[in-house]
Design a protein around this ligand. Structure first.
Ligand code: G6P
Length: 452
């Protein structure tokens, strides 16, 4: 049956793992897009989520036809997929929008880039065809993120009856970075996105950056929908018995010390290394915290097909080990790194943390900054960088820092650890109120309404 509401996103709500005996098991995907959209779609019966098969196990699931109701996974040729996802989406578009290039060496737009771009076009076309097949007459289609920037333009040509929105979960590049792209590629990218009736972003800053690159007429289609969190749902999740168990374990490990927490994918834009440097400087400059604080750093692996991400992951473990070797004592380990994507443990960390460190160099929204105040039990002081999308909504009650200024971040950690309990609790309440202003279901229906 044709669908009235469709979502297209590279990553689906679940991904599969194949065990040695050949059985498939499903697990929830990581990252802000999946957590926001999954929550929103739970309240949209009949909606269809089209996503890519990301791994061999996902492809096996497509072949065995085991995918969940409401989800259609596309089995895309692995080489083409690799070129589109790793080669273009994650190495070019992600780097451009997050300003991650090491400019003396990168980017390089050569013949190999052109071949990968052709794969990116074809991968977008695979989504476009599936949407055109599945969409009812006049249906509303919500296309997600930089992976699928060309889909709105392509779909508009195939199915002019559809109402199409595109939503970007990342920042939008500044003019300087956008202009690094070859002119025709930049034009194709804008053409693709502007195939949509509504082009959405998490913050005014990213929307303005996009509007600045478009023609004044097109800029009228740009809208801001700042994704927030669903307080009731998140609190219920945070009080499941398995989270209580993790919390008890963590409390035993931390043994009454104060905690500074971070939870991220091991992602270049999250600025995990400078976060660790700031913690080291805190222990140097304010030795009174030695033995009295633990840094709980969850940095779970992400995009490990890319060498620069593998190197970054290694650098994070090395720096944490250095700090532990330099300051650790027989009964105190200053940094506890956790590399497992363990949502229950993250929620336990959210409940107990005294301080949250959220210091991305540049980030579309950053839901972690919004989730922590909602779940926190006694209040949590949030050290937040100006680069986070959430900065626009949370700046007043967070301790804000320049993500590159390690010394300022160290001082903010000190101020956060020293904050009187009452002030911390009050700020946390206001942060939680701001964080829940537009929960996923409202975020989603606002976009549907914008297409009506
Ligand atoms: C960000 C992107 C999402 C992506 C997520 C995880 O939040 O905006 O589109 O799904 O990171 O990254 P991955 O490459 O693992 O899907």
């Amino acid at each position: 049956m044709a669908s009235q509401v469709l979502v297209a996103a590279n990553r689906g709500p679940l991904s599969y793992a194949l065990s040695d005996d050949g059985t498939l098991s499903a697990r929830r995907g990581g990252g802000g897009l999946v957590s926001g959209l999954s929550a929103a779609l739970a309240e949209q019966p009949g909606a269809l989520w089209i996503c890519a098969a990301l791994s061999d196990a996902d492809r096996e699931a497509v072949r065995q036809d085991v995918s969940e109701p409401g989800v259609r996974m596309l089995d895309i040729d692995p080489t083409m997929y690799d070129d589109a996802y790793n080669g273009i989406a994650n190495s070019v578009l992600w780097f451009t929008h997050h300003h991650l290039y090491d400019v003396p060496r990168e980017p390089v737009f050569d013949a190999a880039f052109r071949r990968r771009w052709a794969s990116y076009v074809a991968y977008n076309e695979a989504f476009t065809r599936a949407l055109a097949e599945e969409a009812a007459q006049g249906a509303r289609v919500l296309v997600q993120d930089y992976h699928l920037a060309l889909v709105p333009g392509q779909l508009r040509e195939l199915r002019p009856d559809l109402r199409i929105a595109h939503f970007t979960h990342t920042p939008w590049a500044s003019r300087e970075f956008l202009d690094m792209l070859p002119q025709d590629i930049r034009g194709e990218l804008l053409w693709g996105m502007l195939g949509a009736d509504v082009v959405g972003f998490h913050t005014r800053a990213w929307a303005d950056a996009f509007a600045g690159a478009a023609q004044p007429d097109d800029a009228r289609r740009v809208a801001v929908f700042p994704l927030g969190v669903d307080a009731d749902e998140l609190r219920a999740l945070a009080h499941r018995p398995e989270v209580d168990e993790k919390l008890a374990q963590l409390r035993a490990e931390v043994a009454g010390r104060r905690t500074i927490a971070r939870v991220d994918r091991t992602e270049l834009s999250k600025n995990i290394l400078r976060g660790l440097l700031a913690y080291r400087e805190l222990l140097e400059v304010h030795p009174e915290w030695r033995g009295r604080v633990v840094h709980l750093a969850s940095a779970y692996p992400s995009r490990q097909d890319l060498k620069v991400y593998r190197d970054y992951t290694e650098a994070v473990s090395e720096l944490a080990a250095e700090i532990n070797a330099e300051f650790g004592t027989e009964d105190w380990q200053p940094v506890l790194v956790s590399v497992k994507d363990d949502f229950a443990r993250s929620l336990a960390v959210y409940r107990m943390a005294d301080v949250a460190l959220v210091n991305p160099v540049r980030d579309g929204m950053n839901l972690v900054a919004k989730e922590i105040p909602v779940v926190s039990e006694a209040g949590c002081a949030v050290v937040l960088s100006t680069g986070a999308g959430a900065y626009e909504e949370l700046r007043e009650d967070a301790l804000t820092v320049n993500p590159f200024d390690v010394s300022q971040t160290a001082e903010a950690l000190h101020a956060a650890l020293s904050m009187p309990d009452e002030e911390r609790a009050e700020r946390t309440k206001r942060l939680a109120a701001a964080a829940t202003a537009l929960p996923p279901s409202a975020w989603f229906t606002a976009q549907l309404a914008a297409l009506a």
